[in-house]
Every structure is written in structure tokens, then in C-alpha cells.
Ligand binder design. Structure first.
Ligand SMILES: [Zn+2]
Length: 57
């Protein structure tokens, strides 16, 4: 399974190796950049623009 089924993931991109989800409609409250979900080491949303981090409780 080397390929990513991008056509099935229109609203978000999933990185299997990193366990990261980029949701296209989840935006940073600070700078408006698209945020990515990281599973490790702790579940959190992180902004790629300003490094704003929102931990999932
Ligand atoms: Zn940001």
C-alpha cells in the first residue's frame, strides 16, 4: 500500500507514516493557516504557519 488514496480525501490529507491529518476546513484562529492533526506524541492540532497548537483533551 504505497499509494495515498487522495481522490477519496477531498477535504483532508492523511499521512499514514506520521499519523497526521490535514483538514482543509480547520483553520488556525491566530493566522488563518490550515491546521494539521498530529497523533504523536500527544493528540493535537498544530498550525503550519505560526506553530499555534491546540491539544485535544
Ligand atoms: Zn497559525
Amino acid at each position: 500500500m504505497g499509494k495515498k488514496p487522495k481522490q477519496l480525501w477531498k477535504l483532508y490529507e492523511y499521512d499514514y507514516e506520521k499519523g497526521t491529518i490535514k483538514l482543509k476546513n480547520k483553520r488556525c484562529p491566530r493566522c488563518g493557516s490550515i491546521m494539521a492533526f498530529h497523533k504523536h506524541p500527544r493528540p493535537r492540532w498544530m498550525c503550519g504557519g505560526c506553530a499555534y497548537t491546540d491539544y485535544v483533551s
